[in-house]
Design a protein around this ligand. Structure first.
Ligand code: F6R
Ligand code: MG
Ligand code: MG
Length: 363
């Protein structure tokens, strides 16, 4: 069995919240290289999406392993040191806890992990987003694993015809429910269609019960009880064979659907698929970005990455994202560009309401 762990954190932005500094990535590479030499990791790849540092690791220790989580926590701390020396913006911003306590979940970083038996060919697709939150994967995961207009394999591939099982988390109440596609899609969509509250955590192949996809569902704002940045989530998808083909996995991102995040984590905007090099959200701190790293696993070795959105066939999606961004921006401080009151990460409402309290009179 091999475990694939993707653990990420924003430990400082360059410049502002727009991107990451090369020296931070260099430090992360150094830390993980050492862990690979010491045989804690089988392999690793360090990358970024916007201002988020992404640690992609393979090992044989299973999910939520203390040594792996400690390694990533220490790596983030070492990288924060570099970020502080350079006075990068928001250095250490996602490290909410004072000290490591066995598991980075609940301490700030985002975590997506899956353990499985590596197949003869094991294509892995890793999505990473910046300036948005966990529920952003709901729409693409629905399309990939439940929508035959996206994934023709659901209709004509015998090994996918039985459908997929969705594990959906209520991020507010800390509850989960499992629902089956296609039989229960109407019930499923009731929840998945409200991504600020319900996020798809995992998807399973119903025939084999194999893990097909897993996402990070941490919500920093709910964890800290105050503004600490949107979660900028990640999602791992297994592809080919009994899972959707690479092209079926990427297809939903040709439509730059609206997500929450963007400027001050308080706006709706289009999710723009870009090459990793282009994940530098600068226009009104956005629009929100998604990048995609593809790997073939070989005995746990990460053969890759291929930068999957570095392809002219996504140019049109990028152009539409620009147009939607213009259209949304023209709403300025008005909903539905601005998020509803309870979803904004920045608000002055309590102070302003207090100041004007006496001036509100009954109708
Ligand atoms: C959104 C984001 C940015 C910041 C904004 C203000 O997720 O990271 O839009 O919210 O640049 O940042 P601060 O408060 O750090 O000045
Ligand atoms: Mg940031
Ligand atoms: Mg970020």
């Amino acid at each position: 069995m091999i475990t694939l762990s993707v653990i990420k954190a924003d430990i400082g932005g360059y410049v502002g919240h727009s991107s990451s500094h090369p020296l931070v990535l260099e430090k992360a590479n150094e830390c993980l290289e050492k862990a690979k030499r010491n045989k804690l990791l089988v392999d690793f790849h360090v990358t970024r999406c916007g201002d988020d540092l992404q640690l992609i690791m393979t090992h044989q220790r299973g999910e939520e392993d203390e040594a792996i989580h400690k390694l990533t926590w220490d790596t983030f701390l070492d990288c924060t040191k570099v970020a502080k020396e350079l006075k990068l913006h928001g250095a250490g911003q996602d490290l909410l806890a004072e000290a490591f306590s066995g598991n980075v979940k609940g301490m700030g970083p985002g975590v997506a992990e899956m353990e499985f038996e590596e197949r003869g060919s094991e294509p892995i697709i890793i999505f990473m987003a910046d300036k948005t939150s966990a529920g952003a994967w709901n729409l693409p995961l629905y399309k990939i694993f439940a929508d035959p207009f996206n994934t023709i394999g659901l209709v004509i591939a015998e090994n996918m015809h039985g459908g997929f099982r969705f594990e959906i988390h209520d991020v507010k109440e800390h509850k989960k429910i499992t629902l089956d596609a296609p039989e229960e899609i109407y019930d499923m969509l009731l929840f998945m269609g409200a991504p600020s509250r319900y996020a798809v955590k995992a998807v399973y192949h119903r025939g084999s019960n194999e893990i097909a996809a897993v996402s990070s569902t941490q919500r920093l704002s709910l964890m800290a009880g105050r503004y600490v940045g949107k979660d900028d989530p990640v999602c791992i998808v297994r592809s080919q064979g009994e899972f959707p083909a690479v092209g079926e996995v990427l297809e939903p991102f040709t439509n730059p659907f609206l997500v929450e995040g963007w400027m001050r984590g308080s706006h709706h905007g289009p999710l723009m698929p870009v090459a990793i090099e282009q994940s530098n959200p600068s226009r009104f701190d956005g629009p929100p970005r998604v990048v995609c790293a593809g790997f073939q696993l070989s005995g746990g070795k990460l053969v890759g990455p291929r930068d999957m959105f570095n392809d002219p066939s996504f140019d049109k999606a990028r152009q539409i994202s620009g147009e939607v961004a213009d259209y949304m921006r023209r709403h300025g401080p008005f909903e539905p560009h601005r998020l509803p009151l309870e979803a904004m990460e920045y608000t002055t409402m309590p102070q302003v309401a207090r100041k004007l309290e006496g001036r509100f009179v009954d109708l």
